[in-house]
Design a protein around this ligand. Structure first.
Ligand code: AMP
Ligand code: ZN
Length: 665
């Protein structure tokens, strides 16, 4: 056997085992045996790179890093679904369908509505070529490298598949894997994830595909679009796609009457809790593709499909106590501590009460029996009080007037829902929260330091604010709990390394209220250095695009505060970046001032991201969709047809990459 044959045989074999394990859920060899063969293949591929192949099972392990996910225009738009919440709505829809089809016989395919992140997979000649998120339905992000790590997604198809098509489905995180991931996180002292859906969708945008490979993601498919497709109905499509290697739940059912549809809905409303993943309803689709075409689409969804949403599960339990949490910005959140109760498979002990108004509106009191509901979130919410069960001794809830952490009197600004503790310099959770924000990944990204270290350093009196981080020494840190020489060194080094973090991130790290990542970028760009921001008045600040009164006021009051000014001075003296760098300053003009550009298609000289940056660097703005406000559409190859029509109908000039470059000259 030649090397090439050997590699091919191993690939074939491993693909089959992958399919048996992840799609059919019926493995035939041991995990150990599988890993051994995979290592063998990996070794061969390394030794003979000339046989590299993008669909080899070895790509499942990940390892590719994506810095920026390219935007890709969907060849076929990804529509939403209309929702119905009652059987009456559903019957009305079926009547409309019947009428629309002139009373011809109609059959329906019923499927479960899988609750995850939608994805569109493009296959050409049986190979997976691209995976794109839903985005706004017209264009999404290219997440192919991450998607390839999901074992149940076939990289190469079998059988009589069409030459080119897009298949759509949902990336989900089954409960079992989700719970396991959370257990591991809790063990290493990290916050557990809120719910499987958000975690699944967040996973798609991780930069390191090796991390995605470690997550127990799955992909369930439900629709195919393309030309020259070899099936005539939705139900037939599901069956065929299954034979090509896709994972398609067998819970789908062909229903010949509306009664059968209703039975399906009733059955799954009860039995969905036994499924290994989250579902939030049923999707009913007209089965015949020809009838689908006759019925067509509204502006956002197909007329031939309807989602039926299950009612969120509800239980009642006793609210034992209301406690209050203080966040980084001093915002107070009231929390309901409940008598533990089982809800949709998990024990619930706490629920959020949001704010004082919410408590007043519901008239919730300690000792009340309350109705608790679980929507998509893991933290459930209280939706009402069972007044019949209210104890006669009950008193209306009096919202706290003073901070539970530092005793300062709380304030509530006009128009704000939340109460705040104004003692930002002396309230412990606010102090540590600010430092934790400062060191976080999107801010100063200090390696070797986590939220718990911050709390420890603060508790031990080693730091009182983020400027103190820069005077810490190894000797001070080493005696701390769970610290050793190496970890102490890493911490000090991590702090030192953060001196090179660019200005806009330092500005974000300062934790000025309402100055998030984007606002920080805008301010940095407009003012170029901290002194200009520090001395800017309301007028100068609000003159910056998208900076309103609220943000401007917050910036002004931050720098009015002596303690903040001192801290910035100290940080300056430690060598942090407080102005845009030379290279950032170069290439910046105002020639596109205030004009909105929409970018579409693929470009030659620059990447789409670079093009967007050039627009922004020269004072323009990047819009996500074409509207009457759009000044120009910059079109590359493969501009989306719907964008083109839209631009033309609104009379917006479509310019090429070269035209754009000329504008900058
Ligand atoms: P919504 O996000 O509530 O508008 O619901 C529409 C989404 O439901 C679609 O974008 C799909 O991602 C998702 N979905 C889940 N299961 C199905 C299914 N069986 N058929 C069609 N769409 C589904
Ligand atoms: Zn306080």
């Amino acid at each position: 056997m030649s090397i090439k044959e050997k590699i091919d045989a191993l690939r074939q074999e491993l693909s089959t085992h992958n399919y048996n394990y992840y799609v059919l859920d019926a493995p035939v060899i041991s995990d150990f045996e599988f890993d051994r063969k995979l290592s063998e293949l990996q070794a061969l591929e390394e030794q003979y790179p000339e046989y590299k192949d993008a669909t080899s099972p070895t790509v499942r392990v990940g390892g590719m890093i994506t810095k920026n996910f390219e935007t890709v225009v969907h060849e076929y738009r990804m529509y939403s679904l209309d929702n119905s919440y009652s059987k009456e709505d559903l019957l009305d829809w079926e009547k409309r369908i019947q009428k629309g089809l002139g009373d011809a016989p109609v059959e329906f395919t019923c499927e479960l509505k899988y609750d995850g992140a939608s994805i569109s997979l493009t296959y050409e000649s049986g190979g997976l070529v691209r995976a794109v998120t839903r985005g706004d339905g017209f264009q999404g992000d290219d997440v192919t490298t991450n998607i390839k790590t999901i074992r149940s997604i076939p990289l190469a198809l079998k059988g009589d598949y069409p030459l080119k098509f897009d298949i759509r489905g949902e990336i989900i995180l089954p409960f079992e894997g989700f719970i396991k991931m959370n257990q591991e996180r809790i063990e290493i002292g990290e916050e557990p994830y809120m719910n499987p859906r958000n975690t699944a969708s967040g996973s798609l945008k991780l930069q390191d595909s090796a991390l995605v490979a470690q997550r127990p993601l799955d992909c369930l498919l439900y629709s195919i679009v393309g030309n020259n497709l070899n099936f005539a109905t939705q139900f037939e499509m599901l069956g065929k796609a299954r034979t090509w290697g896709f994972k398609i739940p067998t819970t789908a059912k062909l229903c010949k009457t509306t009664d059968e549809v209703m039975q399906y809905v009733d059955y799954w409303d009860v039995h969905r809790h036994q499924l290994p993943y989250e579902t939030d309803g049923v999707v009913i689709k007209v089965n015949s593709l020809q009838q689908q075409e006759e019925l067509g689409y509204t502006a956002k969804s197909p007329r031939w499909a309807m989602a039926f949403k299950f009612k969120a599960e509800q239980v009642s339990t006793v609210l034992e106590k209301i406690t209050y949490q203080v966040g980084r910005t001093g915002a107070i959140t009231p929390v309901a501590n409940l008598r533990p109760v089982l809800l949709a498979g998990t024990t619930v002990k706490r629920a959020s009460l949001h704010n004082a108004d919410q408590i007043a509106k519901l008239d919730v009191r300690e000792g009340d029996t309350v109705f608790v509901e679980k929507g998509g979130e893991i933290i459930p919410k209280i939706i009402g009080v069972d007044f019949d069960k209210r104890p006669p001794s009950s008193h209306p809830t009096v919202y706290i007037s003073h901070c539970p952490e530092c005793g300062t009197e709380l304030v509530r600004q006009e128009g704000e829902a939340q109460h705040f503790c104004p003692n930002d310099m002396g309230c412990p959770p606010q102090i540590t929260g600010r430092i934790q924000h400062f060191i976080s990944r999107k801010a100063m990204d200090i390696e070797g330091m986590g939220n718990e270290t911050v709390e420890l350093l603060f508790k031990e009196g080693l730091i009182e604010n983020y400027a103190d981080l820069y005077t810490l020494t190894k000797e001070q840190v080493m005696p701390l709990e769970r610290m050793a020489e190496k970890s102490a060194e890493n911490l000090i080094q991590g702090v030192a390394a953060s001196r090179s973090i660019p200005f806009e991130r330092v500005l974000f790290a300062l934790g000025i209220r309402y100055v998030g990542e984007t606002v920080a970028k805008k301010l940095a760009k407009a003012f170029k250095n901290i002194d200009a921001i520090r001395t800017a008045d309301m007028e100068a600040l609000t003159a910056v695009d998208e900076i309103g009164e609220r943000i401007a006021q917050s910036v002004v009051s931050f720098f009015k505060n002596d303690a903040n000014r001192d801290m910035v001075d100290r940080l300056k003296s430690y060598g942090l970046q407080f102005s845009l760098s030379e290279s950032q300053l170069a290439n910046q003009t105002d020639v596109l001032q205030g004009q909105i550009f929409v970018v579409s298609g693929v470009f030659e000289a620059v990447s789409r991201e670079e093009l967007k940056k050039m627009i922004e660097d020269n004072g323009g703005k990047v819009g996500s969709s074409i509207s009457s406000k759009t000044a120009f559409v910059v079109a590359g190859d493969n501009m989306g047809p719907s964008k083109k029509t839209k631009a033309e109908s609104l009379g917006i000039p479509i310019i090429s990459e070269e035209d754009f470059m000329k504008m900058l000259k």
